[in-house]
Design a binder for this molecule. Structure first.
Ligand code: ADP
Ligand code: ADP
Length: 227
């Protein structure tokens, strides 16, 4: 479980991106942060892995204050997927996926085997292991991004608009794949989107943000739709 307790983030220019956020994100489920652009979703996500530090309040992952953890270690132990995959252009698909295993010092054979497993898991053809990111479609690049984030089997996966840059058909199939994967893996997923339909489709819990970085409400999609 991830908890935000009275978390506020004010950027140096005075912008209050997140204002007194209290939120409980259950383990093993998908929680979607939704709301219009600029309402603090990305900032909230990045405070979980300490890419952004709050000004006040506390964030805990499995009961441990994130400030007690080394930021580099925290980032290796939490998967992170962004909109344009952010793959290393001069590394092959297999090496991109094995980024964290290599950082953790796994031997090449084990890292390779893990890459193969993950390619299968996210629906990539094994022939693509030796390709470079520019040789893949946008949808395939996102699959590599998801595989890379899962490589060391982190319990938590942060996803920031991961499917927003691909066309609607590919997007729908990536959403379906994520639902299927999550049934198997039960990760604690925190997923940012501005698309309410996407939120309803993939979220077990939906946290609705409003301008000014405030949380309007957090509830199961059925409850939100009923209101
Ligand atoms: P969202 O993900 O909902 O679009 P963000 O968390 O990216 O929202 O941004 C929340 C607010 O913080 C916005 O007003 C944005 O312009 C501002 N902001 C984001 N990053 C920075 C930054 N590095 N410096 C100053 N303001 C920022
Ligand atoms: P998608 O339906 O996932 O968006 P595309 O229609 O973009 O896929 O691509 C179809 C196929 O063409 C994919 O298997 C992809 O690997 C291949 N492909 C796309 N761009 C390139 C490229 N620049 N070089 C080699 N193969 C490519």
């Amino acid at each position: 479980m991830i908890t935000f307790d009275g978390v506020t983030k004010r950027y140096p220019d005075g912008t209050v991106a997140v204002d007194q956020l209290d939120l409980e994100i259950p383990a093993g489920r998908t929680t979607v942060l939704v709301g219009p652009s600029g309402c603090g979703k990305t900032t909230s996500l990045r405070m979980i892995n300490r890419m952004v530090e709050p000004n006040s309040g506390q964030i805990r992952v499995d009961g441990r204050d994130v400030r007690e953890q080394d930021p580099a270690e925290l980032r290796r132990s939490i998967g992170y997927v962004i909109q344009q995959a952010g793959l290393f252009p001069h590394r092959t698909v297999a090496d991109n996926i094995a980024t964290v295993p290599y950082l953790l010092g796994w031997d090449r054979r084990r890292a390779r085997r893990r890459s193969q497993e993950l390619m299968e898991l996210v629906g990539l053809d094994p022939d693509q292991a030796g390709r470079y990111p520019h040789q893949l479609s946008g949808g395939q690049q996102q699959r590599v991004g998801v595989a890379r984030a899962l490589a060391a089997d982190p319990p938590v996966l942060l996803m920031d608009e991961p499917f927003s840059a691909v066309d609607p058909v590919v997007r729908a199939s990536l959403q379906d794949e994520l639902l299927r994967l999550q049934q198997e893996l039960h990760k604690t997923i925190v997923f940012v989107t501005h698309d309410i339909d996407e939120a309803v489709k993939i979220g077990d819990t939906i946290a609705v943000f409003r301008p000014g970085g405030r949380l309007a409400q957090a509830a199961a999609p059925e409850r939100l739709l009923a209101e």
